[in-house]
Design a protein around this ligand. Structure first.
Ligand SMILES: [Zn+2]
Length: 547
């Protein structure tokens, strides 16, 4: 129990005092880290003097304070560096998270007390932090049974704490550090659903408190709390909570359609009440200035989170028949207006289909999610749009949701390079395969609509190859195998070699994609069976080649 230079309690008390005064303890970061781990485990050897449990509680508090010192936005200099080093030793060399055990009685008691009654501040912060870290470690190691025990042990207290800090009357969140730590815990709880025993509320808390979280996006006094809440809501809408903490691990098992329905309804209510007009978006920061100074868009991470939250919510409302064309069109219209106000302005000023591809042009996985959601919305509403207008495609351009325009903008974003599309098809990080199959099935039925979108992009001065180089002409296909040729490709080359309009370039890209895909499949070099995709590509190419 004794540590170099004094008893364990003396060492812990000195470090606590230094952390309060923002000074540097007299010991090295490694000595401080070792003393804290001894403190965390002290309650296991409770002796006659009875201060072992105090040592455990103090050690847990210190972990939270040191993390706060090391990660504070203004943390710099030797003191912050000391705490960063000590936290690194704690997490990496000493693996303090697994030393905490799962539900040791002292830890459980300390956490319960803070969750139920502590005000926002260091004590509650350290408890939220330690719970989040333990949960993260257990989920990373896929230890389902301890996760289950943890969720059960803290279900009541975590639910009560969430209600205290995200009240139904939608007042803003309290202290910024406590707010962010609570949002981190909510995200990991949402990600932990597959291990959750029936009846536990932890994995549902983000959805239960969706309306309060949406209010926090516009009302939290600190921008980084607003942004943290927006990111949590976006990942909850995508059922991808925890992806930054745990790596890509598929969809969150516990989030079912009714959870997403609650979230989508809360988003819809907020949009109807003009929520987006009250959301603050800071300028993106660069060395030497901000994007606003350069006339560019605001914080793109925030804008993409809000964009996906809205579009996924509209998708859910439309698919579940909770909303029709009027509500969807209204919500999407308010999203496009908001994004344009924040600097996402496509060159074709009256064409809202360009807003979404421009917003997501630097984030492939989000772009695919957004394009897929827009496609699903269109497929569900095209009959309604046809009633309003004889041409559903024109009406969907008004709603900024024409799938042909989105597909063509997507091709433009990758300079119509079929090799990039092939990378997307192989990648497990995007839903491109799912999106492409759905889109090609629709394209097979609507050649005229596709041609109309191509003409619209040509008239708007958009090109699929921003460099101006025509890839159909540049493309060296001397190594192509005759057997890999798709129907009509010879004719395409002779026709499209002279045509660098949007339709010609798009068709050329699809032809090359089909050819390379067939070649890889023939050599067993493609990671999955692509027969149905190849068949679809063949049908679409034949259709687009037919005059
Ligand atoms: Zn359009």
């Amino acid at each position: 129990m004794a540590s170099a230079g004094g008893s364990l309690m003396d060492v812990l008390c000195e470090v606590y005092e230094c952390s309060v005064n923002a000074t540097r303890p007299s010991r090295t970061p490694a000595e401080v880290a070792r003393a804290i781990v001894s403190g965390v485990r002290a309650h296991e050897t409770a002796g006659p003097h009875g201060n072992e449990t105090d040592a455990s509680c103090l050690a847990l508090t210190l972990i939270g304070r040191m993390v706060a010192r090391a990660t504070a936005p203004a943390a710099h200099g030797r003191v912050a560096g000391f705490y960063r080093d000590a936290v690194e030793v704690l997490l990496q060399d000493l693996d303090v998270v697994s030393q905490m055990g799962v539900v040791s009685p002292a830890w459980h008691q300390t956490c319960q007390r803070a969750l139920l009654s502590s005000p926002a501040g260091p004590e509650l912060d350290s408890v939220l932090w330690s719970l989040t870290r333990v949960l993260q470690k257990l989920l990373q190691d896929n230890r389902q049974e301890p996760v289950r025990m943890l969720l059960m042990a803290f279900d009541t207290s975590v639910s009560a704490s969430t209600s205290r800090f995200l009240p139904a009357d939608r007042s803003p969140l309290g202290a910024p550090d406590t707010s962010c730590l609570l949002l981190d815990l909510l995200e990991l709880l949402t990600a932990s659903g597959s291990a959750a025993p029936a009846g536990t509320r932890g994995p549902k808390l983000t959805y239960i408190h969706a309306a309060a979280l949406i209010a926090a996006v516009s009302r939290a006094p600190h921008y980084f709390v607003s942004k943290r809440a927006a990111l949590l809501l976006k990942r909850a809408a995508l059922r991808k909570a925890g992806e930054d903490w745990l790596g890509a691990s598929g969809e969150n098992a516990a989030s079912d359609a009714s959870d997403i329905g609650v979230l989508a309804a809360a988003v819809s209510d907020a949009l109807a009440a003009g929520w987006l007009t009250s959301v603050r978006v800071e300028s993106a920061r660069f060395f030497g200035g901000t994007s606003a100074a350069r006339g560019g868009p605001g914080d793109s991470v925030m804008l993409r989170a809000l964009g996906l939250l809205v579009i996924k919510s509209v998708q859910h409302r439309v698919v579940s028949a909770a909303a029709g064309a009027a509500e969807a069109g209204g919500h999407l219209g308010s999203l496009w207006r908001f994004l344009r106000q924040k600097g996402v302005r496509p060159t074709d000023t009256d064409h809202d289909c360009g807003v979404l591809p421009l917003l997501f042009s630097e984030q492939d996985d989000d772009m695919m999610e957004a394009a897929k959601a827009a496609l699903v919305i269109f497929l569900h509403l095209r009959d309604d749009w046809r009633q309003d207008d004889s041409a559903p495609v024109r009406a969907s351009c008004v709603a900024g949701c024409n799938p042909h325009c989105h597909f063509l903008f997507l091709l433009g974003a990758v300079s119509a390079d079929h090799r990039i599309l092939l990378d997307f098809l192989i990648s497990t990080e995007t839903c491109f395969l799912d999106y492409l199959v759905r889109y090609l099935r629709y394209l097979r039925t609507d050649r005229r609509g596709f041609a109309a979108s191509c003409r619209r992009l040509d008239a708007g001065g958009r090109s699929l190859a921003p460099s101006g180089g025509c890839r159909l002409v540049d493309y060296d296909d001397s190594d192509e195998e005759a057997s890999g040729d798709s129907p009509g490709s010879e004719r395409l080359r002779s026709n499209a070699g002279a045509s660098d309009d949007t339709l010609g370039r798009a068709l050329g890209c699809l032809v090359r994609l089909r050819r390379m895909l067939a070649r890889l499949q023939n050599k067993n070099l493609f990671p999955y069976k692509a027969d149905s995709l190849l068949k679809l590509l063949t049908q679409v190419i034949q259709l687009l080649n037919a005059d």
